[in-house]
Each structure stands twice: as structure tokens, then as C-alpha cells.
Design a protein around this ligand. Structure first.
Ligand SMILES: Cc1cc2nc3c(=O)[nH]c(=O)nc-3n(C[C@H](O)[C@H](O)[C@H](O)COP(=O)(O)OP(=O)(O)OC[C@H]3O[C@@H](n4cnc5c(N)ncnc54)[C@H](O)[C@@H]3O)c2cc1C
Length: 567
């Protein structure tokens, strides 16, 4: 499969300067990546540009669930739920079985009769809707109070009379998005991160968009990419791109969602949990050796690239979780925090949690199509709808085939998994480390194992973590398009939220490994480390602010490593 490295980036930037593409996709989140893959696999010529790192926006900051959304059933959104469950099942069985994992949730009941009947009927319907596709997950189960005591010792005894356990799926969203980008590149898309769209080219009386003006944030070089159609897949930045073209058919509003990352031993449970909150639901999601606890749902009108979590967000989540958990969680239990922005289509309601999760595709002005809204789980459907609009405008092109296209690392991964003992023995990597690599790199795991065979130092865990190995940093640069330290500590690995020091002690080692591949001199290596440290300090500082405005100001005390370069 296609490598995203320095040579590929140079080559693809040359293509972008020289070719006129059938479609230029703006935005390297899961939606834009999905559009690029859909278009490339229909035989269209495609360029994909992302202003920062792939998945640097919302697509690395979600609850990381491939799910139908049980709570949307209450809003009677049956078709939305059915569609999402179909996608969930597709991810688990065909598109990325190495990345997607089953995860169960317990919904505790507080009323013996009516609630069990009401919620039981809802979750039963969820399983029935899932069965319209081949559902690889177990069906829900009703549990007694006694069996819940054994399953979730940390659930307070006085808050439930029993419960219902059901199944969904989870994925590392940033890794998944990057895999979609790589798969698109494999099918011929020219892709580049650190390329920001700064303007639209329009010609003729109708003002048809026929290209985008961009800035290569790494070199500072501006250039233009020719396009027959442009797809705006920029999530919460949708309005900005539309404004560049002087059109505004869709308006997108940002709603902030914060998650806490808590070590696994602080909550004793063999299942995830879902609780009702006054405005929405709270998830407690098993996440490797941690739990994710989230989320909030509040309007956000400040910096879009670095949404900041405030002390108020943290306290809200702890308070909600502690209504159900014992012993209670405290701030000292938090090892990581992240905030993301939901791209919500403007709706009638004032409450962000009630705005539509459905997506929309619109032609903004001739040549510019916006795809917005939706949710992570349905990115493939959103992409297919957007490319249908492209094909309509171009007047040619076949139907979407991405339902049949496995992502990089998926094909043959079971066969590689069956060789795990041999891979472990030949490389000296313990079996559990090979297992860890298989769940992140799938069929590409032997490439990482070979790298360790050639340089055993890469088989060591990075400082401050037991979960990630040096070789993952090496591979992130040689295959996964990582350009900066932040890319590898925040998205290719999750050290920035999973290690108590937020990845600061791993930073110099990771920077040296990156620098070895990218040819960094000492000054560049040190600048990358310093930039990362400053970012972590600003983030920690912002989490003591009680209001969004102060949290935002403190977070912006640290420049983005890419912004700094483009100034
Ligand atoms: C807290 C939270 C939890 C969620 N949990 C779930 C979940 O569990 N399951 C689920 O299905 N969905 C979930 N969602 C929703 C889901 O994460 C989003 O719908 C999805 O990630 C949006 O992806 P996107 O590609 O549209 O936007 P983004 O990921 O934000 O991508 C847009 C990209 O466009 C780039 N861009 C912007 N301007 C420019 C420019 N000028 N030039 C070049 N590039 C540009 C940005 O840098 C960004 O990377 C959650 C959302 C939040 C906030």
C-alpha cells in the first residue's frame, strides 16, 4: 500500500501544481478523506489538501465509536440509526476489521417496570435495525442487580435496579482517518497535509470555481490547484471556505465536546457504561489501558483549531460520572483531556444537542460543493453523496464502490495475525507487543517487525509509556505522513492524552527518531520538542480556567507548529 512520506509529498505537490483535477477536496478529516477515496475509486482524478495534519480537526477528537446512536431512537431518527448501524457492521466485517473493535455498554435502569420495558424496547429495536445488515455483534442482554454488581463493581448500588447491556464498536479515529487517506492515495489521489486553501479561483460569467489558491505551510510557497469541481469538507470551517467563494448555502455551528482520560484501574468495570445526563448522555468507554469519559455539549465561538477544555467542563464531567461511580473520581485521576467541535448544521433548536446529526450536500456556487454535518460513523455515505454531486456536475462517472474497498492494513490481516507467534519469536518482541501492533497496523505489522529486526532499539517502548514503541514513530514518518512531533504524539500515537506527563518525556526520543528520517538538524529537533512542551503547558493551564474565553486565551498562548512556520 501507498507510503505517505517526503518523496510522495514532493511528488504529489508537483502533480497539484501541474494537473487540473476532476475534483479537489479541501479538508483531511474523515469526511474529506472519504470523499477522496470515493472519487479516486470511481476513476476520477483527485487532489486532497489538509491545512494541518490529517484528522487534526474533529476527526481525532470524537468519542471514537462506530455506532448507530441509541439516543437518536428516542428522537425517532430510525433511518439515521439504521444507516449508521449498517456502516458500523461494514467496518467490523470488511472495511477495517483490524481497527474496529466490539465494545459493550451497560445502561443502568432506575425504575423497575416501565423503564425496563421502554429502554429494553429501544435497545431491542437497535439490534433489530442492525440485523438489516449482517450484525457481527452479540445481542443485548437484560441484567439483574446482582449480576451488575459482579460486572461493574464501581457502579453505586443505590443508583440502579438492574440494567441492559448492548454492543457497539470503537476505533482510533485519527488512525482510521489516516488509513482512509492512505487508501485514497493508493488508488491514485494526490494528497498533502500542511497545505491550506486561502482562496478560490472563479471564471466566466457564472463565476464557476475552477481552482483553489493554496499555501504550502511547510515551505511558505503559494500556488494554485486547477479543479473541475471543488468539494468543501472542512467541518466547522465550512463557512470560511464558502465565504471565500462568496456563497453560503449551508451554515455550520460548532458545539464543543470534552472527554477525560482516566486510568483503567480507577473504575472497576468489565463493560463500558452509558448514563443519562440532564441534556444528553455520558459515556464511560474502555480505551486500552484507560477509560474515556465524555462528553459535554456546549456552543463554541472561539478558536476552531485548538478548542480548549475549561475547569468547568472537567468539573461537569466528574460531577456527572460521580453520580453513578464509587469511589468518586477526582481531578487527580485525570491523565488526559481532549476537546473537539461537532460540525452541526444550523437548525431550528437553540440547544446544540438537538441539532441534526444528519448531513447535507449542496452546490454553493457552480464548481463548489459543500458536504457538512453527519457523524464519523457515516463518513462513507456522506462521501458517496458528495461524489454523486461531483459526478452529476461533471456529467460522467460510475457509482460509488467504497462499500467493497477495504482500507490499508485490512486485507489479509487475519493471516498475519495467525503468524503472531512467529513474528514475536523472530523479532524478539513479546507476544503482547505484536498483538498491540496487529490492532493498529493490521496486515502491515510485518513491516514494523522487520524494522525492529534491523534496529532492535526501535522495539523499546517510548519513555513515559508502556503502550507505544519507537518503531511506531519511525513508521509514522515513513508511511503515515507525519511531519511534526505533534502529529506522532497526538494522532499516530495517543501519548498526549494517555500518559500522565502528556508525552513530554517521550518527546525528545520521538523527535530524534523522526529527525533521523526527515533529516532534521539539532536546532529543528529542539524546536519541535520545545513547541510540543509549550503546547502541553498551555493546554494544562487552560484547564484551570473557569470560562471558555479565558481557557481559549491560555491555550492560544502556544503557537501551532504549522502556524508558526507560515507566518
Ligand atoms: C466530542 C465529539 C464526540 C464525537 N463522537 C462521535 C462518535 O463517537 N461517533 C461518531 O460517529 N461521530 C462522533 N462525533 C462526530 C464526528 O467526530 C464528526 O462528525 C467528524 O469527525 C467530522 O469530520 P469532518 O471531516 O467533517 O471534520 P474535521 O475532522 O474537522 O475535518 C475538517 C478538516 O478541514 C481542515 N481545513 C479547514 N480549513 C481548511 C483550509 N482552508 N484548507 C485546508 N484544510 C482545511 C481542518 O484542518 C480539518 O482537519 C463526535 C464529535 C465530537 C466533537
Amino acid at each position: 500500500m501507498h507510503r505517505l512520506d517526503q518523496d510522495q509529498r514532493t511528488h504529489d505537490l508537483d502533480r497539484m501544481r501541474a494537473e487540473t483535477f476532476d475534483v479537489v477536496v479541501v479538508g483531511g478529516g474523515v469526511t474529506g478523506a472519504g470523499v477522496a477515496l470515493d472519487a479516486a475509486t470511481r476513476g476520477l482524478s483527485v487532489a486532497l489538501v489538509e491545512q494541518r495534519d490529517f484528522a487534526a480537526g474533529t476527526s481525532s477528537r470524537s468519542s471514537k465509536l462506530f455506532h448507530g446512536g441509541v439516543r437518536y431512537l428516542e428522537q425517532l431518527e430510525f433511518s439515521l440509526v439504521t444507516e449508521a448501524l449498517h456502516e458500523r457492521n461494514l467496518m467490523l466485517s470488511r472495511l477495517c476489521p483490524h481497527l474496529a473493535r466490539p465494545v459493550s455498554f451497560l445502561y443502568p435502569l432506575t425504575h423497575r417496570v416501565w423503564e425496563r420495558a421502554y429502554v429494553g424496547a429501544g435497545i431491542g429495536l437497535y439490534d433489530i435495525l442492525a440485523a438489516f445488515g449482517a450484525n457481527p455483534l452479540p445481542h443485548h442482554r437484560h441484567l439483574s442487580k446482582r449480576s451488575i454488581r459482579a460486572l461493574v463493581p464501581s457502579l453505586r448500588d443505590d443508583v440502579h435496579v438492574g440494567g441492559i447491556r448492548y454492543w457497539d464498536a470503537q476505533v482510533d479515529d485519527a488512525r482510521h482517518t489516516m488509513s482512509v487517506v492512505r487508501t485514497a492515495a493508493h488508488y491514485g489521489a494526490a494528497v498533502a497535509s500542511s497545505v491550506r486553501v486561502v482562496g478560490m479561483r472563479r471564471t466566466g460569467q457564472a463565476g464557476h470555481v475552477d481552482g483553489v489558491d493554496v499555501l504550502d505551510v511547510e515551505s511558505g510557497e503559494p500556488f494554485t490547484i486547477g479543479a473541475r469541481q471543488v468539494v468543501n469538507a472542512t467541518g466547522v470551517w465550512t463557512d470560511h471556505i464558502q465565504d471565500m467563494a462568496g456563497g453560503s448555502t449551508l451554515r455550520v455551528r460548532a458545539s464543543k465536546g470534552v472527554h477525560l482520560v482516566i486510568p483503567r484501574d480507577r473504575i472497576r468495570s468489565d463493560t463500558g457504561l452509558i448514563f443519562r445526563t440532564p441534556t444528553s448522555v455520558l459515556f464511560v468507554i474502555p480505551w486500552g489501558s484507560h477509560w474515556l469519559v465524555g462528553t459535554t455539549d456546549t456552543d463554541w465561538n472561539l478558536d476552531l483549531a485548538h478548542p480548549a477544555a475549561s475547569a468547568t467542563d472537567l468539573d461537569y464531567l466528574l460531577t456527572q460520572a460521580n453520580q453513578y461511580l464509587s469511589p468518586a473520581l477526582t481531578r487527580d485521576d485525570i491523565v488526559g483531556v481532549y476537546a473537539g467541535l461537532r460540525p452541526l448544521l444550523h437548525g431550528e433548536s437553540d440547544s446544540t444537542s438537538k441539532l441534526s446529526r444528519e448531513h447535507a450536500v449542496r452546490t454553493v456556487v457552480p464548481g463548489l460543493i459543500t458536504v457538512a454535518g453527519g457523524k464519523y460513523t457515516t463518513y462513507r455515505v456522506m462521501a458517496a453523496d458528495a461524489v454523486d454531486a461531483v459526478v452529476d456536475a461533471l456529467g460522467h462517472g460510475p457509482a460509488s464502490c467504497t462499500e467493497q474497498i477495504p482500507l490499508v492494513g485490512a486485507v489479509g490481516w487475519e493471516a498475519v495475525r495467525n503468524r503472531r507467534d512467529e513474528l514475536s519469536a523472530s523479532s524478539g518482541l513479546p507476544a503482547e507487543r505484536v498483538e498491540h501492533l496487529l490492532g493498529r497496523f493490521g496486515a502491515e505489522t510485518p513491516i514494523l517487525v522487520d524494522l525492529v529486526r534491523n534496529d532492535p532499539t526501535l522495539g523499546a517502548p517510548l519513555p513515559g509509556t508502556d503502550d507505544y514503541l519507537g518503531v511506531e514513530i519511525r513508521f509514522a514518518v515513513s508511511h503515515e505522513g507525519a511531519l511534526h512531533l505533534d502529529d506522532v504524539l497526538t494522532r499516530r500515537t495517543r501519548l498526549s492524552i494517555e500518559s500522565p506527563d502528556r508525552g513530554v518525556s517521550a518527546a525528545p526520543v520521538a523527535a530524534r527518531i523522526m529527525g533521523g528520517v526527515l533529516g532534521w538538524d539539532d536546532a529543528t529537533t529542539e524546536a519541535e520538542v520545545e513547541s510540543y512542551r509549550t503546547r502541553v503547558a498551555a493546554e494544562l493551564d487552560s484547564q484551570w480556567a473557569t470560562d471558555d474565553r479565558t481557557a481559549d486565551a491560555r491555550r492560544l498562548g502556544a503557537d501551532d507548529v504549522r502556524t508558526r512556520r507560515s507566518l
